[in-house]
Design a protein around this ligand. Structure first.
Ligand SMILES: NC(=O)C1=CN([C@@H]2O[C@H](COP(=O)(O)OP(=O)(O)OC[C@H]3O[C@@H](n4cnc5c(N)ncnc54)[C@H](OP(=O)(O)O)[C@@H]3O)[C@@H](O)[C@H]2O)C=CC1
Ligand SMILES: O=C(O)C1=N[C@H](C(=O)O)C[C@H](O)C1
Length: 267
């Protein structure tokens, strides 16, 4: 069986380094052919402290990397701006993106969807690769049919760049599919401190907590007279995202369009 040739962008990051460890474990099926970083140009991965022993080279320039290396898949785990550029460039070069990076705008997602379709190249973008988080989102969508009053509380480590989290936005979008648009809370409520009621998504409130010690956690709280329902998911370790990334790498090889959300490829 031919191995799937993978590039990882963001190899020194919390997620990127975990992805390298996953690829090491899956070496019978996956081959790391290069990494893209904005430091350590020309180094071998093995020569960067803390990274697993791969001989693959690190490139600072994605164009140069894609020209030099024969790759099937680009796994991007960087920052919103960089991740968007990488995904677009990979599609333009016929390399299939698997993107965990969050914070893309709706417009950017649309552009990437169109680009993948016009090139006939598979891509997977998933705001959360943890199977438990995907189930939490699906359960929240089911519950919203019966409990239209809902608030989302997401909690993350304090190094996170985007707020609300990609998972919280995706949860709100899924709920929006089944919930009549409505404004929640008292119609005359006023914030005496700006932001006290959280971000507003179609009347749903999203609250973003950032604290040291956290990894990735979300509660979806539904309220109705006399009862509350809380659906909660916790990622305590970034290993929780790796089986989803592996599934996406395998699956993207069979796709010829962009899929948004792991739920669309889970069996
Ligand atoms: N979909 C999912 O399941 C998950 C998604 N995420 C998302 O993944 C992304 C990464 O998260 P996380 O690993 O925690 O973040 P980190 O900050 O730990 O990692 C990001 C890495 O990207 C590097 N980087 C910055 N600019 C570039 C560039 N131009 N080229 C290549 N690499 C670059 C950073 O380097 P430096 O530090 O030197 O700037 C850093 O090593 C975020 O968007 C996060 O929201 C996170 C967890 C799960
Ligand atoms: O930055 C993180 O850590 C995470 N980001 C993703 C998001 O924005 O939803 C997924 C997970 O919550 C961890």
């Amino acid at each position: 069986m031919n191995k799937i040739k993978v590039i990882v962008a963001g190899p020194r990051g919390k997620m990127g380094s975990e992805a390298l460890r996953m690829i090491k474990k899956e070496e019978e099926e996956l081959e790391l052919v290069a990494c893209i970083d904005h430091k350590f140009d020309g180094y071998k991965v093995i020569d960067v402290e803390g990274l697993p022993p791969f001989d693959a080279l690190i490139y600072n320039n994605i164009e140069e990397c894609l020209q030099a290396v024969d790759a099937d898949v680009l796994v991007d785990l960087t920052t919103p701006e960089v991740g968007y550029k990488h995904t677009k460039t990979a599609l333009e070069h016929g390399v299939r993106p698997v993107v965990g990076t969050t914070g893309f705008s709706d417009q950017q997602l649309l552009e990437l969807t169109d680009l993948a379709e016009s090139k006939g190249i598979g891509a997977v973008i998933a705001p959360n690769f943890a199977v438990g988080a995907v189930l939490m989102m699906q359960f929240a969508k089911m519950a919203a049919k019966y409990f239209p009053d809902v608030e989302i509380i997401e909690r993350h480590h304090d190094q996170k760049l985007d707020a609300p989290s990609g998972t919280a936005v995706k949860t709100a979008q899924l709920i929006q599919e089944v919930r009549e648009s409505k404004q929640q809370g008292h119609p005359d409520e006023k914030e005496t401190i700006k932001g006290a009621r959280g971000a507003d998504f179609d009347g749903m409130k999203i609250h973003s907590v950032r604290l040291p010690g956290l990894v990735a956690h979300q509660e979806v709280v539904f309220g109705s007279p006399g009862q509350n329902l809380t659906i909660k998911h916790d990622s305590f370790h970034r290993e929780s995202f790796m089986s989803g990334i592996k599934l996406a790498i395998d699956h993207v090889m069979k796709l010829d369009l962009l899929v948004y959300g792991l739920e669309n490829i889970m069996e």
